[in-house]
Ligand binder design. Structure first.
Ligand code: T6T
Length: 319
């Protein structure tokens, strides 16, 4: 009887060990594995970031596993974090879908001994090793200054935000609003809404804003979905007003070339991704004291500079 119990326990133990190794990605030969969890897997911003991550992973010989929700939704991103933890990577990079709701899932990673590097968006907790992002406040301020110039320093403007609880887009909207309040007393922000990161929703909201304010002088969209929706609505209603966009996806660049979007803040997602791997490398090689947050510069793009190779090299890729 005793012998049977021991054999049974041994089988359970071996089966357990096997299943951990079967689902795990950690390499026996010591090769490091980087897990990258995108904000949205189909968003060209994160597709471009993945390219930057891949390039530097290749340089150091690290494995890369990538996944992300198909929609900006922390309830979809949370199970992806859990699946990644079960794969036992050596580091997790993540663009958290919510600054508060993603704290608990990421704490689980830290408790499992997996360090977390936040890329682009961030959380309201210091559990992460470092954050690599763009200067979002500056991007919003620059948008305010340029849009103000385009409309002659006066008139009504609107802001299209994406979701509540997203550090990047909230910072852009704040930068924009603070700058308008500080420097342009004759400009009034008549609408400040959230499109849930959906271009069609942004278009529908913008249509009602334009019906309420037919004299709207200009609009600011805090990311590519928000801006493309604004451009669509303006086109559908046959209006003509300057649109200041964010991001440099192929569709935004096409709209810029066509003149339906007047300017955009291009981020450098490939550089954000590449820098995150450099930080992970410092961690892997025992140089933790050198790890730090990084704020990557933006590039403002208009029809005047969009053909300059020093500018267009930062445009986002679709795959
Ligand atoms: O603007 C980027 C990113 O920086 C932001 O955090 C979420 O939206 C984008 O991914 C563009 O869709």
């Amino acid at each position: 009887m005793k012998k049977r119990i021991i054999v049974g326990l041994m089988i359970i133990l071996v089966a357990g060990m096997f299943s951990v190794y079967a689902q795990g990605t950690q390499e026996d030969d010591g090769t490091k594995t980087v897990a990258f969890i995108q904000g949205i897997s189909t968003d060209e911003f994160y597709i471009s970031m993945k390219r930057g991550v891949q390039e530097v992973c290749d340089k150091y010989g690290y494995n890369l596993i990538v996944d992300g929700p198909t929609k900006w939704d922390y309830t979809m991103q949370t199970p992806i974090v859990e699946t990644m933890i079960a794969k036992r990577p050596d580091v997790i990079f993540i663009a958290p879908n919510h600054s508060d709701s993603m704290i608990a899932p990421l704490m689980k990673a830290v408790n499992a001994g997996i360090p977390v590097i936040t890329v682009d968006t961030n959380i309201n907790d210091d559990l992460y090793l470092c954050n690599i992002t763009s200067d979002n406040l500056q991007g919003g301020q620059a948008a305010a200054d340029m849009l103000a110039e385009m409309i002659g320093g006066k008139g009504k403007v609107s802001i299209m935000n994406t979701n509540v609880g997203v550090t990047t887009t909230e910072a852009r909207a704040k930068g924009f609003k603070d700058q308008i309040a500080a420097a342009y007393p004759a400009i009034k922000i008549v609408s400040d809404e959230y499109c849930e990161d959906e271009a069609e929703r942004s278009a529908a909201i913008t249509e009602s804003v334009l019906l309420k304010h037919p004299d709207l002088a200009g609009a600011f969209g805090v990311n590519l979905y928000a801006s493309l929706g604004i451009a669509n609505a303006v086109d559908r209603l046959g209006k003509d007003l300057p649109i200041f966009s964010y991001d440099a996806s192929p569709a935004v660049i096409e709209a810029l070339a066509a003149g339906t979007i007047n300017a955009t803040v291009c981020q450098k997602p490939m550089e954000i991704g590449a820098t995150a791997v450099e930080m992970a490398h410092l961690y892997f090689t025992g140089q933790e004291d050198k790890i730090h947050d990084v704020m990557v510069e933006n590039v403002i793009v208009t029809q005047d500079n969009m053909d300059d190779p020093e500018v267009s090299k930062w445009f986002y890729v679709a795959e």
